[in-house]
Design a protein around this ligand. Structure first.
Ligand SMILES: C[S@@+](CC[C@H](N)C(=O)[O-])C[C@H]1O[C@@H](n2cnc3c(N)ncnc32)[C@H](O)[C@@H]1O
Length: 440
């Protein structure tokens, strides 16, 4: 599926499988209108040619009339594409003019979507159709969430991704590192109502209850507050045997603790875990910890590597995009001393950026080789919907895969119930990633 996502970046990832969630009929009203107008111009031209013939002044008149009709047709049909947003950042009409694109989904991935290559090119079992079906099911669940405003925690896209993957993989045990007020614990619980959860977080979610909404789960073992232990220091064989877990490939680990993901992978591998989800998979040049995306962003990867050349096309595109997307990075931000573009300006961040170590390109390259040597699957959750629908202004679509619900498909967006959600819930997308580690 990843391969398909990458190779069909400009195509429709839903293929012909959309029908199950009532996609038919949404297939762009604008397209239908265009079709009718084209038919009308054709008929007009036939009429003119029949009644007036092709000679004399009539030919240029007919040509001008047809051109005018086509121009009206274009303006009329393009109106649906223009997004009205209260944000000063997001102006898709001018974006389209800048990039000479159609202002729809076409700028998803234009700056490249780096990814980690898995050893045998294996990918996930689920398809875009499954994601659409999942969305239909998840929206009403999300509306019942106890923590309505989860600022600093997961928004809609990642909540959906975590729920979808947990429900699909059906683990015997779920472990989360980084609980905050407990929203992600609640999401895991919605996916697997009877499965044990282990939650590691320095502050117990119950502490937040004093100030407002929080979620504390009844079937969860908390290593939190005074009982907090970092994931890397837990005696996992002991904990697993306590919970009766013999098959570690039946355990799902969810990391939202803003720690260096290379460190977390090494710890998970040592313990024998094989299914990992990282909530914040920050893009190169962004974020407070070294992420999978950063690790695998290498010059040989499609969309990977950056020249730091200030007069390059990339530099121009990046600086323009900065005006529209809060998380877009221009060359100034991307490139550190010595044109170091990897990680964040040549640094490997850790622990909410409390640790920040420089790394050489050779070391960075080795890190990607190591990660790719142990990976069976790398899958990035796509954004749930395009920005003209969600009105998100943070992540730059130029560095993201095509969304599940593409721009222009407002009917589908509405039918899925997504239009009812506050637009702020769509602002937290940071390329959540699922990894399957090979059997060691
Ligand atoms: C972004 S929040 C988690 C949000 C939460 N998953 C949600 O969706 O609402 C990050 C959390 O990681 C916790 N944290 C910090 N260091 C940690 C560590 N070493 N291990 C586990 N959690 C940690 C923080 O206290 C904070 O609660």
């Amino acid at each position: 599926m990843l391969e398909r996502t990458l190779s069909s970046r400009r195509g429709n990832p839903h293929g012909e499988g959309d029908d199950d969630v009532g996609v038919n009929g949404d297939e762009s009203k604008t397209k239908k209108q265009q079709h009718i107008l084209f038919r009308f111009t054709n008929r007009a031209s036939t009429y003119f040619s029949r009644t007036l013939g092709f000679g004399g002044l009539y030919v240029p008149c007919v040509a001008i009339a047809l051109l005018l009709l086509l121009a009206f047709s274009f303006i009329f049909t393009s109106r649906g594409f223009v997004c009205i947003s209260s944000s000063s950042f997001y102006r898709p009409a001018s974006r389209a003019a800048f990039f000479g694109l159609d202002g729809l989904d076409s700028d998803f991935g234009v700056l490249g979507v780096p990814c980690c290559r898995s050893k045998h090119g294996k990918t996930v079992e689920w398809t875009s159709k499954d994601l659409l079906k999942g969305l239909e099911e998840f929206v009403p669940i999300y509306e019942t969430r106890p923590i309505k405003n989860n600022m600093y925690g997961m928004g809609f896209d990642h909540s959906f991704g975590l729920w979808f993957m947990a429900r699909w993989l059906k683990p015997d045990l779920m472990i989360e590192s980084g609980a905050f007020k407990g929203h992600s614990t609640w999401v895991l619980r919605q996916a697997m109502p009877d499965t044990r959860i282990i939650s590691l977080s320095p502050r117990h979610p119950e502490k937040y209850l004093k100030k407002g909404p929080a979620y504390v789960d009844g079937n969860c073992t908390y290593y939190a507050g005074k009982d907090f232990v970092d994931f890397g220091s837990v005696d996992w064989p002991k904990v697993m045997s306590k919970h009766g877990i013999t098959d570690l490939s039946r355990v799902l680990i969810f990391f939202d603790d803003h720690q260096n993901e290379l460190k977390r992978i090494e710890q998970a591998l040592k313990a024998g875990f094989r299914h990992l989800v990282f909530e914040d998979n920050y893009d190169t040049g962004t974020g407070d910890h070294y992420s999978l995306r950063q690790i695998c962003d290498q010059v040989y990867i499609r969309g990977g590597g950056h020249s730091c050349f200030k007069d390059s096309d990339e530099a121009r595109i990046r600086s323009r995009r900065k005006q529209f997307w809060e998380k877009a990075v221009d060359m100034e931000e991307l490139c550190g001393p010595g044109e170091a573009w990897w990680g964040v300006r040549g640094y490997m961040r850790d622990n909410f950026n409390h640790s920040n170590k420089p790394i050489s390109y050779a070391q960075h390259f080795q890190n990607s080789r190591y990660v790719e040597s142990i990976l069976d699957v790398y899958w990035e959750l796509p954004p749930v919907a395009g920005p003209s629908l969600t009105h998100q202004t943070r992540y730059d679509p130029a560095r993201a895969p095509n969304p599940v619900v593409e721009d222009g498909r407002y009917g589908l967006f509405q039918r899925l119930g997504l239009a009812k959600l506050d637009k702020s819930v769509f602002n937290g997308y940071t390329q959540m990633v699922y990894l399957q580690i090979s059997e060691q």
